[in-house]
Design a protein around this ligand. Structure first.
Ligand code: ATR
Length: 280
């Protein structure tokens, strides 16, 4: 890889990476804040991760985003971790420090919180359900807990995985269960953190799970409404959103980690929404 040393280089690594919106988002941020930088996307399978990251930084790269399936590997790779990355056991943002060491952070949780805030969806004192117990859930549990929900239930198809995850967080408001055990319960906010939407699938959910006035949020996003967003609309959710806003918000936090400047996210979210709306 050849890295032009005149302009600071950033990239996103992942597999698949073809449809990543991160280069577009960071290029918009760079234009908006007048930061001279280049941001590219590179397909990096898990087996090539260490070599690819070492090569990128050895050739002058300044910062990396890591996405599926590389976040746990990035967590292992980083020499220093932010408190939120330590808790998440996953890293989506790597940065080279002035002494050459590699710092790892996780901006996914704060990205979700910021997007929920922009959409006026309240967490404090609410009953929150998170579907799924994989890497995506791991990144958002601690930030959600920090907002003092009334309850935070992690429900997973494989209940044992949810139980194991919940045991890592010492809190009286968090609990784990199977999807079937949700029957008869109600929540004010249901967050889909399963990978089901990626294959236009939906976790099996009981009737009347969403309380009147409640909202739904899918961490995944697509050009069209995801299966979970459609489910939320069918449940008469006040808001049924996908993760495009979170994607832009986590990118803005990563941009801040690297450049020390907070870009304006609303203009970028509005632009990307308008673009996909025009395509559909
Ligand atoms: P990620 O890093 O995106 O979270 P992951 O760690 O592979 O990916 O986790 C995927 C999550 O989605 C898991 O909780 C998985 O449930 P299982 O632990 O039972 O496998 C969940 N998941 C994926 N497809 C699903 C489906 N069709 N219905 C319900 N849950 C599903």
């Amino acid at each position: 890889m050849s890295v032009n040393s005149l302009v600071d280089q950033y990239a996103v690594f992942g597999d698949p990476i073809q449809h990543s919106k991160s280069p577009r988002i960071h290029t918009l941020f760079a234009e908006q804040t007048q930061q001279p930088l280049v941001y590219t996307a590179q397909r990096v399978p898990a087996s090539d991760f260490t070599v690819a990251v070492s090569d990128f930084f050895a050739h002058g790269g300044k910062g990396l985003n890591c996405t599926v399936p590389l976040k746990e590997l990035a967590w292992n790779y980083a020499e220093h971790l932010s408190a939120r990355a330590t808790l998440a056991k996953a890293v989506n943002t790597l940065k080279i420090m002035p002494d050459g060491s590699i710092y790892g952070d996780n901006t996914d949780g704060v990205g979700l919180l910021n997007d929920l805030k922009h959409n006026h969806i309240q967490i404090a004192a609410s009953r929150i359900l998170v579907l799924g117990a994989g890497g995506a859930t791991r990144g958002i549990v601690a930030p959600l807990l920090a907002q003092n929900p009334q309850q935070l239930v992690i429900a997973n198809r494989t209940a044992s995985k949810a139980i194991g995850l919940v045991q890592e967080f010492r809190s009286t408001v968090i609990a784990a269960c199977s999807l079937a055990a949700l029957s008869g319960r109600q929540f004010d906010l249901i967050i889909n953190a399963t990978s089901a939407s990626l294959s236009d699938d939906l976790p099996e959910l009981p009737e009347n799970l969403l309380a009147t006035g409640g909202s739904c949020y899918d961490l995944a996003y697509a050009t069209q409404a995801t299966s979970f967003v459609r489910w939320g609309i069918a449940q008469q959710a006040v808001k049924s959103l996908d993760g495009l806003g979170m994607l832009v918000e986590q990118a803005a936090e990563a941009f801040y980690v690297w450049r020390g400047v907070h870009p304006d996210t609303s203009t970028v979210i509005n632009l990307l929404n308008a673009e996909r709306f025009n395509k559909s």
